[in-house]
Write a protein that binds this ligand. Structure first.
Ligand SMILES: Cc1ncc(COP(=O)(O)O)c(C=O)c1O
Length: 379
């Protein structure tokens, strides 16, 4: 069954006379029992923090998306990342994190993990099988983000999985960019796929949410145990919104993918643009890996401007009318950011000009091009 069909039907209550089309939102911190034995016999969910029927339906949808064996829902994409790591490290461990990882994940490693005696080493995203040389006896996790959400490097996941598996190391992939529609890290052997569901699944830029999807039941239980210990919980209203986003996910992402590709090709011909960084373009340095491991692309890509002052960059962005300045993607509205102020790298990617990230929304492509054409004239 195709994903669009699956997501129109998954997690819905059985159809009978007058049934609701979606699961109801049950708001409850306290769950009640008529038999005292049920409080402790381990047969029931005993407290609201541990979920509700709409959470179960949503977890089912995420497992279907990624061929996962289990899913833990989290209050944000960042907490999905941090939970995955916390479930798989202990004091004295060393972890390998892609230099292209989402900035707040670095912040977590550098400010929280370090306090608990976990050492983080940042590796260049194009390392491939070379990761083997960085593996130590105490390496417990390898984090990937493919493509990197600002600089869009595609990583050689199968090569990294092979090296990790030989040492029983957990591989965690932030799969937010692809919405799980055009990239399947668990099928390629990763242990965990993480989503900032805030993006495409929310789809309307008004909910924060995350998901940790595990390839095996054993890994899923490990994550769930730590989530319970940490007091991780999500609101049933938010879970409902994310499940609703699943229903239209494929259609929205298809349109945003086409729009982004068309805009990227348009930029590639513009004389003010030095470079377009879009994995589906043959000019992308890891285009071969993208062709091998991905079945499509997404709404998010970057451009490098010909060298100009920071003031010129700010003026360019301020002159855009449809692309508001904002730190996200996957919503209905187009967004843009300049990346240089937040680029923290141990291995310099050498862009050679200001890096701008573009997130295409659902507006008309000709309107988007016209907006950029008028703004670029100011450069
Ligand atoms: C790749 C990636 N991972 C994780 C996150 C964090 O998601 P959230 O904003 O839901 O915490 C983001 C947010 O921009 C992201 O781009």
């Amino acid at each position: 069954m195709k994903k669009s069909t699956k997501f129109a039907h998954i997690g819905r209550p059985p159809i009978k006379a007058g049934a609701g089309v979606n699961p109801s939102v049950m708001r409850a911190s306290t769950l009640l029992f008529d038999k005292a034995d049920d409080l402790y016999n381990g047969k029931h969910r005993i407290y609201g923090r541990h979920g509700s029927p709409v959470h179960d339906a949503l977890s089912q949808a995420f497992c279907a998306l990624e061929n996962g064996a289990g899913c833990t829902l989290t209050p944000s994409g960042l907490s999905a990342n941090t939970l995955s790591v916390l479930a798989n490290v202990m004091t004295g461990d060393h972890i390998l994190v892609s230099d292209s990882s989402y900035g707040p994940v670095r912040h977590f490693c550098d400010t929280v993990l370090v306090k608990f005696g976990v050492e983080t080493e940042y590796y260049p995203p194009d390392i491939g099988e070379g990761i083997g040389r960085l593996i130590r006896n105490n390496t417990s996790c390898i984090l990937l983000e493919s493509p990197g959400s600002l600089s869009l490097e595609i990583q050689d996941l199968p090569a990294i999985v092979k090296a990790a598996a030989a040492h029983d190391i957990t591989t965690i992939v932030d799969n937010t960019w692809s919405a799980g529609l055009v990239y399947a890290p668990l099928d390629l052997g990763a242990d965990i796929s993480v989503h900032a569901a805030t993006k495409y699944f929310g789809g309307h830029s008004d909910v924060l949410f995350g998901a940790v999807i595990s390839r095996t039941k054993k890994q899923a239980r490990k994550v769930e145990k730590v989530a319970i210990a940490l007091g991780n919980s999500t609101s049933p209203d938010d879970a409902y919104q994310i499940l609703r986003g699943f229903r239209t996910l494929v259609t929205r992402c298809d349109q945003q993918e086409q729009t982004a590709l068309s805009l990227a090709k348009w930029f590639a011909k513009h004389d003010k643009i030095k470079r377009v960084i879009h994995p589906a373009l043959s000019s992308h340095p890891n285009h071969d890996l993208w062709q091998r491991d991905f079945t499509g692309s997404a709404c998010l890509f970057s451009i490098v401007l010909k060298p100009c002052s920071e003031q010129d960059v700010l003026k360019l962005l301020d002159n855009l009318k449809l692309f508001a300045k904002g730190f996200s993607f996957g919503g209905f509205e187009s967004l843009v950011i300049h990346c240089d102020p937040q680029l923290t790298r141990n291995h310099d990617p050498k862009f050679g000009g200001p890096l701008i990230r573009i997130a295409c929304g659902l507006e008309d492509i000709e309107d988007m091009k016209n907006d950029w054409a008028q703004a670029l004239k100011t450069l």
